[in-house]
Design a protein around this ligand. Sequence first.
Ligand code: JAH
Length: 225
Amino acid sequence: MRFDVVTIFPGMFVPAFQQGVIGRAIERGRVELHAHDLREHTRDRHRQVDDMPFGGGPGMVMKPEPVIEAVESIRASNKGPVIITEPWGEPFHQQLAAELAKESGLIIVCGRYEGIDDRVRTALGAREVSIGDYVLSGGEIPAMVIIDAVARLVPGVVGDPGSLAQDSFSDELTGWPQFTRPAEYRGMTVPEVLLSGDHARIKQWRRQQAAQRRRVSQTKEVRQT
Ligand code: JAH
């Protein structure tokens, strides 16, 4: 699967994907990642990618021409959907990752400043995606999150397909407390059931623990003041 990213900071993507499972998948050619410098698609002397917002207001807006021309230059080699990472986009989740992993590629545009001229979204038919309700300084880290979550679903990227939280994510088959050796550390012991060798009991215990953990975590929510 091929990922093309349009960004003013292509260098951010280099170290991020030199490591780990995705780094190895890139080395082995199962995943291709191309980070394109938006400024290469400017024509003015100052290589300007932003300008003042029509209607006034604080900050700057990303100019449409460099982004649209960058994506057009990528199009020949990547036929996948265009995604813009924005705080107000549709929520990113495992199901969307699985859907996107079926594509031959993805083109991700990373926003900066107060936003991107909205004609980019219309002209490119882009899908706006959010990884959570908070404001970052740009769309690069969300783009990395999306690439990581999608790339690991590409066949052959994750060695043991049993580790893929795909079908197991929404039901309670995942997220139980894990332990490894030593069986006792600073007086803290491993639950006896895990040492019992009774696989039926272990399975039942894990299921119950995962459900309880999920309930506890998910009832911690922001209170409106
Ligand atoms: C911030 C452009 N969903 C997280 C997210 C995504 C994008 C941005 N912030 C948060 C962002 C500034 C400029 C995009």
